[in-house]
Design a protein around this ligand. Structure first.
Ligand SMILES: Nc1nc2c(ncn2[C@@H]2O[C@H](COP(=O)(O)OP(=O)(O)OP(=O)(O)O)[C@@H](O)[C@H]2O)c(=O)[nH]1
Ligand SMILES: [Mg+2]
Length: 332
């Protein structure tokens, strides 16, 4: 579970209980003109459901951080004159796209939200009981009983968020990932000249031309052995599982850029093979530290030819506009 120094919450546990159905009524009709009327007890209302719904305007589970229990109201009891009890109101929990719901007790997967406005009924409200009027028949004209409402459902669930960004930044610690995010988006991640500055993922939106935009995620640096849990990367690799495109960011100061790229790729593949099916782009960062044309050529020679490779600098802004174009092309 990642804790929220920067308000990024990607895991919560909630205990949920849906409302009980209202009881059916046992009422017998009585009024000034009728001394012994027939059964007219109405049905109970349904208990409120607990529904989880995806909402594209939510980015984290922060709003649920302090929510430990959620209960939906009971249905109301049925009444006389065949009046049906009101249903309990449904309780709707909004979550970001990319949220996975699991039953804590059995660790069973329940649902994954992969689009906006999807609804999943987590706990059904109990059905309302039938009133005595329902049980009336030719052989039983005056039933003096009715049905109890059905109980609600209790469930302890975990909600886990897999960030849904279009582009995921992948690189060693200190490669300049957060800096890049800070210059091409409005995000203000922490930047530092030491390793593991970033402890939890950051998201930023790149405003591209004509009001178009795409989302980039910055995760903690990945080091060799990350798939086995070394460093911090492992805990966050699931956040790039859903990215469409991976941006491998490697510093121009790295002594063996080709090898670092292979290492990063290898770690991702060992974590989950499907990571290797994503679109990729290699970006050499901190270009302001080395403008030597021949050395740059040599770097390119050691990198795979079938993948686009760019030089950028977040300091001088070299290549940033080309990078945005390139990412836009890949995404579309
Ligand atoms: N010269 C130069 N320095 C840069 C550039 N981009 C980042 N840096 C520096 O590199 C260091 C690391 O930057 P960060 O953006 O924190 O690196 P990171 O990849 O997010 O690092 P972690 O969060 O630890 O994984 C900082 O001192 C930055 O100022 C660049 O384009 N040019
Ligand atoms: Mg960082």
């Amino acid at each position: 579970m990642s804790q929220s120094k920067n308000n990024f919450v990607d895991f919560v546990r909630i205990y949920c209980k849906s409302g009980k159905g209202g009881s059916g009524s046992k009422h017998l009709r009585r009024d000034r003109l009728t001394a012994k009327g027939g059964p007219d007890g109405g049905d109970g209302g349904r208990g409120g459901h607990i529904i989880i719904k995806s909402n594209r305007n939510k980015w984290t589970l922060l709003h649920l951080k302090y929510t430990k229990h959620i209960k939906s109201p009971n249905g109301l009891n049925g009444g006389k004159s065949l009046s049906t009890g009101a249903d309990g109101n449904d309780v709707v929990i909004d979550v970001p796209i990319g949220t996975v719901v699991k039953d804590i007790q059995s660790d069973k997967f329940l649902f994954e939200f992969d689009d906006d406005n999807q609804k999943y009924i987590l706990c059904k409200g109990g059905r309302g009981g039938k009133g005595n009027a329902f049980f009336k028949s030719s052989t039983r004209q005056t039933p003096r009983f009715s049905q109890e409402g059905e109980n609600g459902v209790e469930l302890a669930v975990s909600l886990e968020l897999k960030v849904l960004a279009d582009v995921g930044l992948v690189g060693l610690p200190n490669a300049g990932k957060s800096t890049l995010l800070s210059v091409i988006t409005a995000a203000k991640p922490k930047i530092g000249d030491y390793e593991f500055t970033t402890l939890t993922p950051n998201l930023g939106m790149v405003n591209y031309r004509d009001g178009q935009s795409f989302v980039i995620s910055d995760i903690p640096g990945i080091i060799e052995g990350a798939h086995k849990g070394r460093g911090l990367g492992h805990r966050f690799l699931r956040h790039i599982e859903r990215n469409y495109c991976l941006l491998f960011l490697i510093s121009i100061e790295d002594e063996n850029i080709g090898k670092t790229y292979e290492m990063l790729l290898n770690e991702l593949g060992l974590y989950d093979e499907t990571m290797l099916q994503k679109k990729r782009i290699i970006v050499i960062s901190k270009g302001d530290l080395n403008n030597n044309v021949n050395e740059r050529k040599a770097i390119l020679k050691n990198l795979p030819k079938n993948i686009k490779c760019l030089f950028i600098s977040s300091v001088s802004t070299e290549g940033l506009s080309d990078l945005k174009d390139e990412l836009w092309n890949i995404l579309n």
